[in-house]
Design a protein around this ligand. Structure first.
Ligand SMILES: *Cc1c(COP(=O)(O)O)cnc(C)c1O
Length: 305
């Protein structure tokens, strides 16, 4: 599983940025792989290496029916010569949606758990049941966040990126945020935009930082008001923003994570949150595979590639 050593960074030109004197760049993790976009590869990398080292022949992981993590795990496991079992929340619906059809085509074995069993997926009882059914496996948690995932996300920023005053990204479980926080330069600020509703994320990030980062940094801030109603929720303002951004920059965004982050970033810039001359690096964490399924569900036209 190869992650290219150089990830392109693109400067954004836009009248608002010019007016406010802000230099905005996007780090295109969505380009790390021809099929699979984003941060999930970094989260999987050291887990799959360890699975191989420990002599496992298969991994097992969890996700929703449109999960970027499931999609990436299917491809990455195949490239590493590991079998993959995807435990999907809810009942099977046929025909398979584009995410699951792709995962299956990549050789992932799909298995469904009803919502209540899925909620207990981390109990010994459910895990032992899965082992009895499928044989031994290397377990990767839902969303892929664990210590090795955080280690992998610590490799996202390169030395060049120390030139930026702010680094900005979307938060789901917070694994990617924590990895990036661990590799931040002392003069840099990290800004995370939560894709979930609720202020629980502040404590969650504190816990992750304390657990996984030596001398946890304090130069970060989490914004929890750009979720558009909750995880996976959207409205016309968000969809129009994503389409406009694409027309202006050629950069496609997804409506679950990166679209909300970029919307929040532009809102802050507009409100004068940043001093003139500030250099911002926004991390494009990918997630574009989900746009096709999102369009089918919601009648939007976000397949921007
Ligand atoms: C999973 C995902 C995130 C969130 O990553 P976490 O490590 O769970 O915080 C952000 N953006 C995209 C596109 C994702 O797929």
């Amino acid at each position: 599983m190869l992650i290219p050593s150089h990830i392109p960074t693109q400067k954004i030109e836009n009248p608002l940025l010019l007016e406010k004197g802000i230099h905005l760049f996007v780090k295109r993790l969505d380009l790390v792989h021809p099929l699979v976009s984003g941060n999930k590869f970094y989260k999987l990398k050291h887990n799959l290496i360890k699975a191989k080292e420990e002599g496992h022949s298969q991994i097992l992981t969890f996700g929703g029916a449109y999960s970027n993590h499931i999609y990436a795990a299917a491809v990455a496991a195949k490239e590493m010569g590991l079998k993959a079992i995807g435990i999907i929340r809810g009942e099977e619906t046929l025909p398979l949606n584009p995410t699951l059809a792709f995962a299956k085509e990549k050789g992932m074995l799909l298995h469904y758990l009803n919502r209540s069993t899925y909620r207990s997926k981390n109990t010994t009882e459910v895990l032992e049941g899965l082992a009895a059914q499928f044989g031994h496996f290397y377990l990767i948690p839902e969303g892929g966040t664990n210590a090795l995932a955080i280690q992998g996300c610590g490799e996202i920023l390169s030395l060049d990126d120390a030139q930026f005053d702010f680094v900005s990204l979307s938060i789901g479980t917070g694994g990617t945020f924590t990895g990036i926080a661990s590799s931040l330069a002392a003069n840099q600020q990290l800004l995370g935009f939560s894709s979930l509703k609720g202020n629980f994320i502040h404590q969650e990030i504190l816990d992750l930082l304390q657990q996984h980062v030596n001398s946890p940094p304090s130069n970060y801030q989490i914004l929890d008001q750009y979720h558009f109603g909750g995880y996976g929720k959207h409205n016309k303002i968000l969809v129009d923003f994503i389409k406009d951004f694409y027309l202006q920059t050629g950069i496609p965004l997804d409506p679950i994570y990166t679209g909300k982050m970029m919307f929040g970033l532009f809102d802050l810039i507009n409100k004068g949150f940043y001093e003139r001359g500030t250099k911002i690096l926004a991390i494009h964490t990918g997630g574009l595979q989900g746009n096709i399924g999102f369009n089918q569900q919601h009648g939007t036209d976000l397949d921007l590639r």
